[in-house]
Write a protein of this length. Structure first.
Length: 281
């Protein structure tokens, strides 16, 4: 693996300004931007930049992530017992509370005077915090940014699931039950996707970058939380295998689904689609 920067330093200010201006022009009510892209492409960084820029202009803005809506550990352990052991690991489709995500988006978009509680998932403890510790949004957002690695990806045809794609599937899902469950879960996210009418795809050069980027993220998390039990590099490399099948399908399908695709290189520098548009988006 290369020695690329340990974290993503942010996207160009001109791009952030253009995306914000376009979103506000598209929607007279609360504007929604969905950001899709594989792990490490800088989705949360761009979402934070958009929120920061909006707030600097006096525009109320909030960001959500699909990671905010993981099933609880108890729920995933139940799936692991009843369906397949690999479902104990959070992240792949089928390990999120879609109804909670929809309810939260709806509450924020319809918000008036009453504060809205946004779920908080503690990744270090691998648990959703109790509602008393959720984040409270006090002001109705004019901009809502929702980011996630597999937004709007369609399921694969059943025949595409037959052969294992990597060592995890070959050794721990030899009968295909886990990947079948993950694939069958994708249509159940449709109510959430319907709430995200405009989507940007951050497209890296390929899945091969993901282990490197995810290892960089792990190192950054460890520096920020030294008390945290960090994954080793080999554990990270195994972890990303949970995401490989759907990630490759993301790269194959989402450029035709997203309203805009921005390509980035291995160091997450803009390649194509990152220049301000000459016409309104």
């Amino acid at each position: 693996m290369s020695t690329a920067p340990p974290h993503h330093r942010g996207y160009d200010d001109a791009l952030v300004a253009e995306l914000l201006e376009g979103a506000l022009a598209r929607d007279s009510g609360p504007a929604v931007i969905a950001i899709a892209g594989l792990q490490g492409t800088g989705k949360s960084t761009l979402a934070a930049q958009l929120v920061t820029r909006a707030r600097s202009q006096g525009i109320a803005a909030e960001a959500l992530s699909i990671d905010d809506f993981y099933l609880t550990r108890r729920e995933r352990l139940r799936l692991a017992r009843d369906v397949h052991p690999l479902l104990a690991t959070r992240g792949p489709p089928g390990t999120h509370d879609v109804a909670l995500a929809c309810a939260t988006v709806d509450a924020l978009l319809a918000m008036q005077a009453t504060p809205v509680a946004v779920p908080v998932f503690d990744k270090i403890a691998d648990r959703r915090l109790p509602p008393s510790r959720w984040r409270r949004v006090q002001q109705p957002p004019r901009l809502l940014v929702f980011e996630g690695w597999f937004l709007k990806v369609p399921p694969q045809p059943p025949q595409a699931l037959a052969a294992p794609l990597n060592a995890l599937e070959a050794l721990e899902d030899s009968d295909g039950r886990w990947r079948g469950y993950v694939n069958d879960a994708l249509p159940h996210y449709a109510p959430l996707w319907q709430r995200l009418p405009w989507m940007l795809l951050l497209k890296g050069p390929g899945f091969e970058c993901v282990p490197e980027w995810r290892w960089q993220q792990e190192q950054t998390l460890q520096r920020a939380h030294p008390q945290r039990q960090a994954m080793t590099q080999s554990q990270v490399e195994r972890f990303v295998l949970f995401f490989e099948r759907v990630s490759r399908h993301v790269l194959a399908t989402l450029p035709a689904i997203a309203q805009r695709t921005i390509e980035v290189d291995r160091e997450r520098r803009l390649l194509r689609g990152g220049q301000p548009a000459r016409e309104p988006m």
